[in-house]
Design a protein around this ligand. Structure first.
Ligand code: IPD
Ligand code: CA
Length: 267
């Protein structure tokens, strides 16, 4: 537990330090450095610089730990712990100056694969509005000092859900077809633009639930522990772990309802 507390403190400070760098770079203007899977999938110099800062700090403070980051890839460790990092989640928001982007840092134990790892710590920090969500395994989820809980009850108007869309146009067409099925059943849909903030919002009860296909481990590692520690459930279909196939996050009753709607071959 002391180890988890130390890790949590380090992760918290690191996310805030990295967020300060991201915000400073944002204020000075952002240039797109490259495109990745498609033209819409961008990376800025800041994404790379912020990940480098995080990676360097971890290498200095905890040289035996593994690392899995969106921009610089994976490196195994010797301690059984891996840092799973998205330096800037919501890069398109970041590039446009929309204040919904986050540094997402998780520490996981075991094989660094979402189907097998055990998340110990998660921090999601939005530097644009200075909000830091954090959770430790068994220790609860918090926004700053305030303890978080998912929404227990969904009102008669239906759930307020968030979702996201991949960068690949073919995937988007499939996602649109699913949305057509979901939309009539819910209060409304939000497309916040950062999976980590979608998950943090479920944990904080700012939305009722979230689903998305196509997430990478760094998109959901930290946000997922926020949701579970706030009393929610995170996973895929039929007891599967959250994966590129599907990630659902919601209070247990809504999770079941969502799973039923999303269980379809054309998702
Ligand atoms: C993306 C965001 C977005 C989600 C995409 C992610 P990035 O991450 O989280 O909300 O819909 O699936 O890839 O590219 O901004 O780090
Ligand atoms: Ca990113």
């Amino acid at each position: 537990m002391t180890q988890t507390r130390d890790l949590a403190e380090f992760a918290h400070d690191l996310a805030r330090e990295a967020g300060a760098l991201a915000r400073m770079r944002r204020e000075r203007g952002v240039a797109i450095a490259a495109t990745k899977s498609t033209l819409a999938d961008i990376v800025t110099e800041a994404d790379r610089e912020v990940e480098q800062l995080i990676r360097d700090r971890i290498a200095r403070e905890r040289p035996g730990d593994g690392f899995l980051g969106e921009e610089s890839g994976a490196e195994g460790g010797t301690t059984g712990l891996t840092w799973v990092v998205d330096p800037i989640d919501g890069t398109v928001n970041y590039a446009y100056g929309i204040p919904a982007y986050a540094v997402s840092i998780a520490v996981v134990e075991g094989d660094p694969d979402p189907a097998r790892w055990r998340a110990l710590v998660g921090v999601v920090h939005n530097p644009a509005i200075d909000e830091t969500f954090h959770a430790t395994m068994g220790g609860g989820a918090f926004l700053g000092e305030r303890r978080l809980a998912v929404n227990a009850e969904v009102g008669g108007a239906g759930a307020l859900l968030a979702t996201g869309f991949g960068y690949d146009p073919v995937r988007r067409a499939e996602q649109f077809a699913v949305l057509e099925r979901v939309l009539p059943l819910v209060r409304d849909i939000r497309r916040i633009g950062a999976a980590s903030l979608d998950l943090a919002s479920v944990a904080a009860g700012r939305i009722d639930g979230y689903y998305e296909r196509g997430l990478w481990p760094w998109d959901h590692a930290a946000g997922a522990i926020l949701v579970t520690e706030a009393g929610g459930r995170v996973g895929g279909l039929d007891g599967a772990a959250a994966s590129r196939e599907l990630t659902i996050a919601a209070p247990p009753a809504l999770y079941d309802a969502l799973e039923a709607v999303l269980r379809s071959p054309d998702l």
